[in-house]
Design a protein around this ligand. Sequence first.
Ligand code: FES
Length: 117
Amino acid sequence: MSALIEVAKSSELKDGSMKKAKIQGHEILLAKVGGKYYAVDNKCPHFGADLSEGKLEGTSIVCPRHRSKFDLRDGRVIQWTNWSGIKLNLAKVFRQPRPLKTYSVKEEGDRILVDIR
Ligand code: FES
């Protein structure tokens, strides 16, 4: 079953930009890259930072807190924190790398809809 919810109007987002949206208890990050929309959880799976305050790098989002990097297309972890050596190994033991949850996005006229299933 689909649960399509409007999160923005297409005029709200320029290419290469993003916005945070709260819908039915979910905090979503909506980004537009190369004319395509991507929606993921807005909370970093590392320690919950607000990803909408991070940096968009192509189809990747970089967390503002410890610089973990995720692919918006499938949520996969590209980099788990910007730590290295023993600090990174310990970080992986206590907080194993976890992908971002992704949501499918649909455009209907000027409405951007996200399926929050
Ligand atoms: S909270 Fe995002 S990398 Fe640590």
